[in-house]
Design a protein around this ligand. Structure first.
Ligand code: FDA
Ligand code: NAD
Length: 435
């Protein structure tokens, strides 16, 4: 039988949460040989958001080792040597295919066995594929998804091979908006297709979306709403040539990028651990229903204290902070001490072209748009407040300065009362700046 390896702590997954967990383990004084990170990817943990942004730029392109964690939050860059120095085993290109939480055993695709005392699940998300909905021809060449660095490398090759070509972006969410911009910057003719009446409906109001749709149209991006891709045409090499839409239109395409959502990777643990809202249920310390098993990042469904609700969050800031919280909790419990409950303020952001927005809080209740959301406004500075039960609970701001972004974060945390929505609209950003 193959050798069995044993560790005090194992992190399954080598993404953002794993990288930030490793740094926290080192801070807490983990001893050489105690910690292993097992990752399907071939590289040390990196800042995943770069893949849909600077990784795809024609100039000023980001490449590893430039964006290993923790540079995305202004921290130290953890190169592979860092893990060696700390005695942390980075077990790469290794997919775990079986997890038995009862016997504390993990088995890899190559048949290796790993034992642990404490497990942190940090498997993140995978992409939802058009094949999952039975879309015909969805397995054609040059149809891309984007989750990991290997996916990004394939896309970069296609961008180079199809210079001046046409791309269709399927989906109007984060991937749709960031990839349309990245491909357009590469001088590709881009069209976006999505079923909803406006882009990013998960977060944007119609007023917010109107700005981005207008801005993208001015950049020459075609926007086709209210329909979906139902099939693809291919040439004799099996490469995609066109996208057939449900409304009967056919769009030529040399490259297709699909971003129709993610799905947390919990399959390995099905039936072994309590799940809720599609994720692995945890407490405020990211402990699951099984002793000595923690879950962090995209896979965790955790108590969001601020809203008195349990939620799953698929964004990088939470991946970082949940990982740190779990590791602190592990060391505290070993030392017989305690730490504060996780008290997270949701924070999402995106960047595309020369635009950059931030959102804090919750997007529920009534909304108030402020500033100039005209796509041709010279400053691009506008935003939206969400108001529930007479209090501001969420704030969105495009093109904010660092101080203004700090101010909107504070508003979302403090949840100040609002007397008049009209007055809030008139005050706009000034309301946030005085909190
Ligand atoms: P993450 O996906 O980072 O890592 C999971 C790791 O587990 C991967 O290395 C995977 O290979 C590995 N794994 C999975 N199953 C395994 C198995 N069975 N065996 C071994 N290894 C396994 N958010 C944001 O706030 N702002 C942004 O701008 C962006 N931009 C962005 C761009 C792109 C292209 C993507 C895909 C995502 C973003 N995000 C984002 C979201 C953000 O990146 C995401 O929420 C975090 O990466 C989640 O961190 P995790 O560590 O949970 O998963
Ligand atoms: P998403 O949930 O943001 O968007 C999915 C979009 O798919 C929907 O808005 C809809 O327009 C579209 N859609 C759904 N079904 C469709 C269909 N049949 N045909 C065409 N369009 C359809 O998901 P995503 O953009 O794929 O992102 C994947 C994951 O990566 C998410 O977890 C996301 O949070 C993360 N991500 C985050 C960022 C960021 O925070 N800036 C950037 C990139 C990716």
């Amino acid at each position: 039988s193959m050798a069995e390896k044993s560790f005090k702590y194992v992190i399954i997954g080598g993404g953002v949460a794993a990288g930030y967990a490793a740094r926290e383990f080192a801070k807490q004084g983990v001893k050489p040989g105690e910690l292993a990170i097992i990752s399907k990817e071939a590289v040390a943990p990196y800042e995943r958001p770069a893949l849909s942004k600077a990784y795809l730029f024609p100039e000023g392109t980001a490449r590893l080792p430039g964006f290993h964690v923790c540079v995305g939050s202004g921290g130290e860059r953890l190169l592979p040597e860092w893990y060696t120095e700390k005695g942390i085993s980075l077990i790469l290109s290794t997919e775990i295919v079986k997890a038995d939480l009862a016997s504390k055993t993990l088995i890899s695709a190559a048949g290796e066995t790993f034992k642990y005392q404490i497990l942190i699940i940090a498997t993140g998300s995978t992409v939802i594929q058009l094949m999952d909905f039975g879309v015909k021809g969805a397995d054609a060449k040059n149809i891309f998804y984007l989750r990991e660095i290997d996916d990004a490398d394939k896309l970069v090759e296609a961008i180079k091979a199809k210079k001046g070509g046409k791309a269709v972006i399927v989906g109007g969410g984060y991937i749709g908006l960031e990839l349309s911009a990245a491909l357009r910057i590469n001088n590709i003719d881009v069209s976006m297709v999505y079923p909803e009446p406006w882009c990013m409906p998960r977060l944007f109001t119609a007023g917010i979306a109107a700005f981005y749709e207008g801005y993208y149209a001015n950049k020459g991006i075609g926007i086709i709403k209210g329909t979906v891709a139902v099939g693809f045409g291919t040439n004799e090499n099996g490469e995609v040539t066109d996208v057939k839409l449900k409304d009967g239109r056919v769009l030529e395409a040399d490259i297709v990028v699909v971003g129709v959502g993610g799905r947390p990777l919990t399959t390995l643990f099905k039936g072994q651990v309590e799940e809720e809202k599609g994720g692995i249920k945890t407490d405020s310390f990211f402990k699951t229903s099984i002793p000595d098993v923690y879950a962090v990042g995209d896979v965790a469904t955790f108590p969001l204290k601020l809203f008195n609700e349990i939620r799953r969050v698929e964004h990088v800031d939470h991946a970082r902070k949940s990982a740190e919280q779990a590791v602190k909790a592990i060391f505290a419990s070993e030392q017989g001490t305690s730490i504060d409950e996780y008290d997270y303020l949701p924070y999402f952001y995106s960047r595309a072209f020369d635009l950059s927005w931030q959102f804090y809080g919750d997007n529920v209740g009534e909304t108030v748009l402020f500033g100039d959301n005209s796509p041709t406004s010279p400053t691009h500075k506008f935003g939206t407040y969400w108001i529930k039960d007479g209090k501001v609970v969420g704030v969105f701001l495009e093109s904010g300065t660092p101080e203004e972004n700090k101010a909107i974060a504070k508003v979302a945390r403090v949840q100040p009362p609002v007397d008049s929505l009209e007055q809030l609209a008139t005050e706009g950003l000034a309301f946030a700046s005085k909190i």
